[in-house]
Design a protein around this ligand. Sequence first.
Ligand code: HEC
Ligand code: HEC
Length: 218
Amino acid sequence: MEALGTTSIFNRSRLTLALCVGALMGCTSTSEETSQTTSAMSGIAMADQVCAQCHGLTGESFSPTFPKLAGQQKEYLKLQLADFKDHARSDKAGTQYMWGFNHLTQTQIAELADYFSSQSPMKADADTPDARGELIFRQGLPEAGVAQCSSCHGAGGQGGGQIPRVAGQHAAYVSRQIKVLQQTELRPRDALMKKNHSLSEADAESVAHYMATLGAKK
Ligand code: HEC
Ligand code: HEC
C-alpha cells in the first residue's frame, strides 16, 4: 500500500511538472511538491522520473530554457546542484525551476552528477559555421581583454573538473549565461568568467553559436 501511495503522489507531481514544462513561463508551484516527492528517491530514479521532464531522458533537452546535461562535467554538476540547493545561483529561470531541489542530499547530488556526466555528450545543435565565434573561441579578443575560451573550456569545448562542457549546449542558454556571468552577481562562481570578459552582445551570440556546433555529431 505504501508503494501505491508514493506512486500516486508522484504522478500528481509529475503532472504538475509536465504542465509547467508545457506552460514554460509562470510556473511557480513545483518547489513544494517536488521536495515532498523526491526526498526518498535514489539519484537515478530522480534523474529518470523528475529531471528528465525538463532536461530530457538522455540529457538532451529540447528547449533552450533547459540546459543540456548530457556528458556535463561531474564536478561542475555537483557544484551547480549545491548552488541551486543553497539558493546561491539565482538567475530567474534557476529560481523558478531549480530552487525546489533544496532537499537533495550529498548522496543524491553525487548520484545525479554521476548519472548525467556518464551520458554520451551533448550533440551539435547547429552546423552553420560562425567564423567570428570560432575566432573568439580559439584566439580571444586580446585588444578587448577577452581570453580565448578554449584555454579553459578545452579545444573541443569539453570542459574539465569545475569548468563546464560547452560543446553542443543550446546557443540561447549559453548567450544568456554569458550575460549573467559577465554582468550580474546571480552566479556565485563567476570570478574566472568575469575577469576575462568584455564581450559585446553580438560577439556573445557568435561564440555561443559556434560552441553549439562543437557538439558530438548526430
Ligand atoms: C521544471 C523543469 C526542471 C526540472 C524538473 C529540473 N531542472 Fe535543472 N534546470 C532547469 C532550468 C530552467 C535550468 C536553467 C537555470 C538557469 O538558467 O539559471 C536548470 C539548470 C540545471 C543545471 C545547471 C546546468 C548548467 O549548465 O549550468 C543543472 C546541473 C540541473 N539543472 C540539474 C537538474 C537535476 C539533477 C534535476 C533533477 C533533480 C533537475 N535539474 C530538474 C529546469 C529544470
Ligand atoms: C579562465 C578560465 C575561463 C575562460 C578563459 C572562459 N571561461 Fe567560461 N567558465 C569558466 C568557469 C570556471 C565557469 C563555471 C562558472 C560557474 O561555475 O558558475 C565557466 C562557465 C561558462 C559558461 C556557463 C555554462 C553553463 O552550462 O552554464 C559559459 C556559457 C561560458 N563559460 C562561456 C565562455 C566563453 C564564451 C568564453 C570565451 C569568451 C569563456 N567561457 C572563457 C572559466 C572560463
